[in-house]
Design a protein around this ligand. Sequence first.
Ligand SMILES: Cc1cc2nc3c(=O)[nH]c(=O)nc-3n(C[C@H](O)[C@H](O)[C@H](O)COP(=O)(O)OP(=O)(O)OC[C@H]3O[C@@H](n4cnc5c(N)ncnc54)[C@H](O)[C@@H]3O)c2cc1C
Length: 378
Amino acid sequence: MNFDFTNEQKMIRQSIKQFVENEIEPIAEEIDRNHRFPRETIKKLGEYGFLALTFPKEYGGAEGDELCKTIVLEEIAKKCGATAGIVSVHYLPINLLLKYGTKEQKEKYIPKLVTGEHIGAFALTEPNAGSDASNVQTTAVLDGDDYVLNGTKCFITNGGEADTYIILAMTDKSKGTKGITAFIVEKDTPGFSIGKIEDKLGICASSTSELIFENCRIPKENMLGKEGKGFKIAMVGLDGGRVGMAAQALGLAKGAFEETVKYLKERNQFGKPLIKFQGLQWYLVEMHSKIESARWLVYHASYLKQSGKPFTKEAATAKLVASETAMFVTHKAVQMHGGYGFMKDYPLERMMRDAKITEIYEGTSEIMKIVIASQITR
Ligand SMILES: Cc1cc2nc3c(=O)[nH]c(=O)nc-3n(C[C@H](O)[C@H](O)[C@H](O)COP(=O)(O)OP(=O)(O)OC[C@H]3O[C@@H](n4cnc5c(N)ncnc54)[C@H](O)[C@@H]3O)c2cc1C
């Protein structure tokens, strides 16, 4: 076993840290306050190669390993949970196109996604299909050379901003999950529109919207993978996505921890710096221990994904532990900043709001427990 980072991984961490310092940290508060999608930042991340990291050279990728991607999400999330969320979800359709796409689909969509020219989204959830994702009601009916989509997706990250959407729709209701099929839908397709844009507790700079399909015709060449394989494709996508979400949670926790240590050294009460009080040191130890546990789970899940080994249980475990750590650490961090932690002048309250979503999307903590239990007991 080797716990050292490779030179490439160290270099990526160094360069993304620099990027975050120059391009992300300075606008993190403003984009949160204005609920402004940081399109220009995503484009720059693409220009610097951070969106292409693990993908094959023939589609504009850099063929780095999964841990590089994890490091990028972790470092972005230290300063901006919303941007990390946008990037994490953007990777999901790229991964699916790569794994299930035809040569034509890969050539058409991946190069623009890895440069940030286009943004990707993944749409499974519907008003009556949340944790129970099998209950998809959106239909896709073959009519000549087209599939005709009807239905509504909700809570879709990058909705309205994305150019390329992977949509899960029912092609044969009688077959249950085996009747669900994945499709690629381009943003300007007639019959496809954006519905309600959600106003959220956290990750306010990321866009979350409804997607509405009304007799939306898409050519049958836009089916991703085989008919009836959509549920499996979605679950594979979510396994990978959960490693990204776990990295996002880990970064948020580490970012809040680092801010807190710095603050406790600077702030004096009772004639000495707060960091000298044992009560607060013990909080720091609890935060540190949870972060370290989460960190190795996240890196291990990334390693398994990279190695092509099964990682469903490990991805769910990493997401469960890292997201609960992010919530614990950011909550304590606000407390340890006292009244200042509650104020928008400091980033802590934003971090706490941003952390909450990591316990919910791409499967709630309760669903992570179901996934882990099903792997343990099978
Ligand atoms: C900001 C945001 C962004 C999102 N982005 C996307 C996206 O890009 N694409 C996408 O497809 N979806 C997205 N989602 C949807 C997200 O994945 C779902 O909200 C989530 O899976 C939970 O579904 P639900 O909201 O319907 O809650 P419900 O399924 O109604 O769950 C409500 C509560 O019941 C619990 N629960 C449900 N079933 C069980 C059970 N069997 N045992 C124990 N407890 C259970 C849940 O854990 C939760 O606590 C996003 C959601 C949000 C809030």
